[in-house]
Design a protein around this ligand. Structure first.
Ligand code: ZN
Length: 617
């Protein structure tokens, strides 16, 4: 360490000036491979760093190199995947190859000093190339000496400032071309009344527009409150695809595909179910590749790296299973598992709900003159059946799956009696006058639930209505089940039965409800008074003011819960026993009916209707 090994300086001062010239052709990876020495004790693999153990870090370090147009790099990661090592390799390269001012920010002063003493100093002390070049901050008295050494390092052509997210002066100290935000999700929101610590530090980079590099590294914390997730969601959201060692199918390692029932956890290929064990990771990682899963808003790169990818010899799959089991008994431990093993933010409440009042405040008055609201190109129905009544929800569909709830009927009666189904049929034959005043729209497709005590009666009803696109449906479990799938033939009754994915339809409806509530918050009350300000967006649901409170209560009844299902951790949707959720189910089925018509281009239908208005007026 510098402070305790002053003789090192005199030994190397001779060639101090000879190595001033930067050599940008040397990559971060190559420079680290020859110069980054990890000391025994803190590191499971002491000696010169070996990135072949963590091949997924190559791309990240490549992004941090100059002249590639990438300004922001985000790593949302789990335990022992090498995020901090990436920062150290980058820092060493800046010091030795491409000198410039750099800031590394830690959450607190304590962590900053610890990082400096335990991580940075030993690396510099063991680096033949840098030992003589890196000097301590100017010091005038012995008392300040150690502190200065910890927070600032000078090297020819640049300097490194170590800042704390809780210390405003350290964040504002000097301008910087490179900033590393380490464990960024642990930062305070506000730095002693001066605002966002990241914002303060980023303010120091303006002199380097076009050349700066910002690296965010962190395990995530709480869903929607966590900085690393916020950053990651604005990037191209890369995930690391690894090959199945049997069939070669490239895939992302996800917890749901682990079999944790035996002594040794196994990862099952999504395609051939081949069982991979922890030691197989070395080969899988070596043949893996990053693939973007989204479009970045500004060219930023984002990487998601769960601890499931940690190299053999570090955090193992067995370690993850152990932490998961702890989590089953204690929600705090489950948060640790989700954040650190899966590298994902944790839903603060394990249960998420929609508030019926939030939904009811969205109501609009869109039936002014017995005409459909503007923008509807097709209509579907969802029918939910019960022993004593049948519920029907009619939905109009516009561009981008914007939708309007048009009608909601509860038809009382014995659902095994033909009379009730006659009544249902009458309702499903309703037609609506289009907004253009000329055309009439019929219900194009209806989905009728066949689960429950009246399956036979529903089969019988649907059997003769195939040509009217009245489809019998059956709930399909599993995360892979689509909104609506190809039908199976029920030969004994002579019908086609359509599987409707439970998770998929619940997920779609929840997301639409959340989007609608958010849009209302964004637009505010102006929606109700100013039609031209009416919000229109993909997947927004519009609710009519005549819908009863019961409708909204039922719509909001299912809860989104994260729990273990058949040994695997996944999202489920559940309604408390005894609480009605019929309106929610009807709407799910109307969504399924919409997806059944995927061959119909509703955008085009809407445009055709618009054209009709223009021609006729
Ligand atoms: Zn396979």
């Amino acid at each position: 360490m510098l402070a305790v090994a002053p003789q090192i300086f005199s030994d190397f001062r001779l060639d101090f000036h000879s190595s001033l010239m930067p050599n940008p052709t040397v990559s971060i990876t190559n420079y680290a491979a020859e110069n980054l020495y990890l000391v025994a004790g803190k590191n499971p693999f002491p000696g010169l760093v070996d990135f072949t153990r963590t091949p997924y870090l190559y791309d990240i370090m490549e992004d941090l190199m100059p002249d590639n147009g990438i300004e922001r790099v985000v790593l949302m990661k789990g335990w022992q995947t090498g995020g901090t090592l990436t920062i150290l390799a980058w820092m060493l390269w800046v010091m030795g190859v491409a000198p410039a001012p750099m800031i590394i920010v830690q959450p607190t002063e304590f962590l900053r000093d610890k990082f400096s003493k335990q991580r940075i100093n030993p690396i510099i002390a063991h680096c033949d190339d840098l030992r003589a070049k890196v000097s301590e901050h100017e010091r005038s008295n012995a008392g300040k000496r150690e502190k200065d050494t910890l927070v600032s390092k000078q090297f020819p052509g640049g300097h490194l400032n170590l800042a704390s997210a809780m210390s405003e002066p350290s964040l504002r100290s000097e301008s910087a071309q490179y900033i590393a935000f380490d464990e960024v999700s642990a930062y305070v929101d506000d730095c002693n009344g001066h605002g966002d610590p990241c914002g303060l530090a980023l303010g120091r980079t303006s002199a380097y527009d076009g050349r700066k590099k910002i690296f965010y590294n962190s395990t995530p914390t709480i869903h929607e409150q966590c900085r690393i997730q916020r950053e990651y969601l604005t990037t191209d959201q890369r995930k690391f695809f690894v090959p199945c060692l049997s069939c070669g199918e490239m895939q992302v390692l996800v917890w749901a595909n682990f079999d944790i029932s035996g002594e040794e956890p196994a990862y099952l290929c999504i395609s051939c179910k081949y069982r991979h064990y922890n030691q197989d990771k070395t080969e899988m990682l070596a043949r893996g590749e990053w693939r973007p899963t989204a479009t970045s808003i500004d060219g930023a790169r984002g990487y998601h790296l769960p601890a499931l990818y940690a190299p053999v010899g570090m955090w193992s799959w067995k370690d993850s299973v152990r932490q998961f089991r702890r989590g089953l008994a204690d929600p705090v431990e489950m948060k640790v598992f989700v954040n650190n093993c899966l590298g994902e933010p944790y839903e603060d409440d394990t249960i998420q709900t929609c508030n019926p009042d939030d939904l009811q405040q969205l109501v609009e008055d869109y039936w002014p003159a017995d005409k459909l609201p503007e923008g509807i190109g097709a209509i579907t129905a969802g029918v939910d059946t019960h022993p004593t009544h049948v519920d029907i929800v009619i939905v109009g569909w516009g561009r981008g799956n914007e939708s309007w709830v048009l009608d909601y009927w509860v038809i009382p009666g014995d659902s095994n009696s033909p009379e009730l189904w006659k009544e249902v049929h009458k309702k499903l034959k309703t037609s609506y006058r289009h907004h253009n005043g000329l055309s009439r729209l019929r219900i194009a497709t209806s989905c009728v639930d066949t689960g429950g005590h009246n399956t036979g009666a529903v089969y019988e009803f649907c059997k003769s209505k195939k040509d009217e696109r009245i489809l019998p449906i059956k709930g399909a479990k599993g995360s892979a089940a689509p909104i609506i799938d190809h039908p199976t033939v029920k030969k004994d009754v002579g019908i086609f039965l359509f599987p409707v994915g439970k998770l998929a339809t619940h997920g779609r409806l929840f997301s639409s409800m959340e989007r609608s509530i958010q849009a209302f918050k964004d637009f505010g009350e102006s929606l109700k008074t100013n039609l031209s300000a009416r919000y229109r967006d993909a997947e927004i649901i519009h609710f009519h003011k005549a819908l009863p409170p019961r409708f909204f209560k039922e719509l909001a009844a299912p809860k989104k819960i994260w729990r273990k299902v058949e040994g695997k951790f996944q999202m489920v949707y559940e309604t408390v026993a005894g609480v009605d959720d019929h309106a929610h189910d009807c709407l799910r089925y109307a969504h399924a009916a919409r997806d059944y018509m995927s061959d119909i281009d509703i955008d085009k239908v809407c445009s055709d209707f618009d054209g009709k208005v223009r021609r006729d007026t």
